[in-house]
Ligand binder design. Structure first.
Ligand SMILES: Nc1ncnc2c1ncn2[C@@H]1O[C@H](COP(=O)(O)OP(=O)(O)OP(=O)(O)O)[C@@H](O)[C@H]1O
Ligand SMILES: Nc1ccn([C@@H]2O[C@H](COP(=O)(O)O)[C@@H](O)[C@H]2O)c(=O)n1
Length: 231
């Protein structure tokens, strides 16, 4: 089977991680959670006393932390300077500050290069999920998907995860984070012109996974037919 690169972008809570992991596992591909990398660098900044409202201070030390992502979809990992960061990067403090850190151009340049290196090294192909994968990180991806869902559906999903969380507060927080990610100057959250948009509001997770697997299969069949025709 030919190697394939799939880019999955979209706002928070649209199902990028759940879908990407499942699709990668089903198709025998690697998986990269790029949000985890931005969270990891944010955690490092906070842990090292960097003022995350000061873009200059962030830029000055952005190259210091060594971030390593494991790309097995059944067991994705993330370490910072050799320390497992998978728990600390999911705290409320990191979630509320990550958009400020990810907006700093020096941070984006470093993380983008890291992401491209990982994608290039994936032997059988990879599913990479984030906000700017189709537009900036991997503009030549074989397939680009842009997941969407209503803010109400996304907040309900997240509140289910964070048991007992107030749905309205959750919705406000994710809409605020999307607004920050969409309005930054460098590589904002955006749908690539050639991405397929999938509105997941009324779909189950299994239906979304099936939809993306079908799109990958169609893409591979099209490529195979083209190769055959050219022989
Ligand atoms: N189609 C769906 N229907 C119902 N629940 C879903 C669906 N897709 C994902 N979920 C659930 O919604 C929650 C958020 O999904 P997920 O973490 O995959 O989203 P995300 O887009 O990666 O979010 P973020 O960008 O904030 O990391 C999870 O609990 C997941 O199980
Ligand atoms: N390609 C990306 C991916 C993520 N970000 C930033 O990281 C934040 C956390 O992402 P999650 O998917 O883990 O929620 C996100 O809000 C963005 O600020 C990014 O900039 N580019």
């Amino acid at each position: 089977m030919e190697s394939v690169i799939v880019a999955i972008d979209g706002p928070s809570g649209t199902g990028k991680s759940s879908t990407s992991k499942a699709v990668a596992a089903k198709l025998g591909l690697s998986y990269l959670d790029t949000g985890a990398q931005y969270r990891a660098i944010t955690w490092w900044m906070i842990s090292n006393g960097v003022d995350v409202s000061d873009a200059g201070a962030i830029a000055a030390v952005a190259a210091k932390p060594v971030i390593v992502s494991g790309t097995d979809p059944s067991r994705p990992t993330i370490t910072v300077d050799g320390v497992d960061a998978s728990g600390p990067i999911r705290t409320e403090e990191v979630t509320s500050r990550v958009s400020a850190v990810s907006a700093v151009p020096e941070v984006r340049a470093l993380i983008t290069e890291l992401q491209r290196t990982i994608a290039r090294g994936a032997e059988h192909g990879i599913v990479v999920e984030g906000r700017d994968i189709g537009t900036t990180v991997l503009p030549d991806a074989d397939l680009k998907i842009f997941l969407t869902a209503s803010p109400e559906a996304r907040a309900a999903r997240r509140s289910g995860e964070l048991k007992g969380a107030d749905v309205r507060a959750t919705q406000e927080a994710l809409v605020k984070r999307d607004a920050a990610d969409s309005s930054r100057k460098t590589s904002p959250l955006a749908k690539a012109d050639d991405a397929v948009e999938v509105d997941t509001t009324d779909l189950t997770l299994d239906q979304v996974i099936e939809c993306v697997v079908t799109l990958v299969d169609e893409r591979r069949s099209r490529d195979a037919a083209q190769v055959e025709a050219s022989e």
